[in-house]
Design a protein around this ligand. Structure first.
Ligand code: SAM
Length: 254
């Protein structure tokens, strides 16, 4: 593990108030927050969106299988905890390619049958599907969640292809959930953040427009309100005036 280079999983953990990060991550995270203070709210709103979208899919959508790719370091309201609060039998596979996430995930998941962790890379979706099939039944609906990860696949065609491979592998009744860095708002700050991060941190990032993010849902039925800042997706608390630069959407495969 390289502790001299800021890493996205540990940076995120810092913004969420966690302790699983290093000085180098905290320095970078604070410098980015100085450029765009709402970045800390962005991380919090992404997690709230995870809670609301997973609760919705398991509750109203009847989903009992979730493939959470780019799971990140465990924090409050992890996907399996949110899902199992609604339906305790829900099976969850977490995927990440960061070694520190692996260590923490093993700890978190010890003694949680039906919840698994796979160390794999979104650039190789076929490998993710092979690993997930050890725990999930792909003849039944699966919710594929890609929160805060697709912007690390900077090649547009490669990112679309990875999503398409995952969507093609799941049957009708399945869901696709995305949260993705967006440069439609706070554009100058967003560009500075991307430049700052790509000079120092890993993996390198690419923010996309809402229109580009919407393309990931091609062929699926995008639920209302469409692709919006995370704090605008069916908020259950007052989200204030600040829209965050993380845009999100939930879609169903009919
Ligand atoms: C910003 S965190 C998001 C964590 C969580 N999904 C959330 O929304 O709170 C992004 C995670 O994606 C992981 N990641 C980045 N690129 C990846 C890739 N190509 N394959 C697998 N995981 C990746 C990072 O290691 C990190 O844990």
């Amino acid at each position: 593990m390289d502790t001299s280079t800021p890493h996205s999983a540990r940076l995120w953990n810092h913004w969420l108030g966690g302790i699983d990060n290093f000085e180098v991550d905290r320095v970078a995270g604070d410098a980015i927050a100085a450029i765009l203070p709402s970045i800390v709210t962005l991380a919090q709103e992404d997690r709230k969106f995870l809670r609301r979208s997973v609760s919705h899919m398991v509750g109203e959508g009847g989903i009992r299988q979730i493939l959470d790719i780019g799971s990140g370091l465990p924090t409050a309201n992890n996907t399996h905890e949110v899902a199992r609060a609604v339906a305790p039998e829900t099976r969850v596979v977490y995927v990440d390619n960061d070694p520190l996430v692996l260590v923490h995930a093993r700890d978190l998941l010890r003694g949680a049958p039906g919840v698994a962790y796979a160390e794999a890379d979104l650039n190789d979706p076929a490998e993710i599907l092979r690993e997930a099939a050890k725990t999930l039944d792909f003849s039944r609906p699966v919710a594929v969640t890609l929160l805060g990860i697709l912007h690390f696949l900077r090649d547009d065609d490669g990112a679309l292809e990875a999503v398409r491979t995952l969507v093609d592998a799941v049957p009708s009744g399945s869901y696709l959930v995305i949260a993705h860095g967006c440069d439609d708002i706070n554009t100058a700050e967003a560009n500075r953040i991307v430049e700052f991060w790509n000079e120092r941190g890993v993996p390198k990032i690419k923010y996309r427009s809402a229109e580009r993010i919407t393309r990931f849902f091609a062929g699926l039925r995008l639920l209302e309100p469409g692709v919006v800042p995370c704090n605008r997706w069916h908020p259950d608390t007052d989200t204030g005036d600040v829209d965050v630069n993380q845009f999100c959407g939930v879609a169903v495969k009919d």
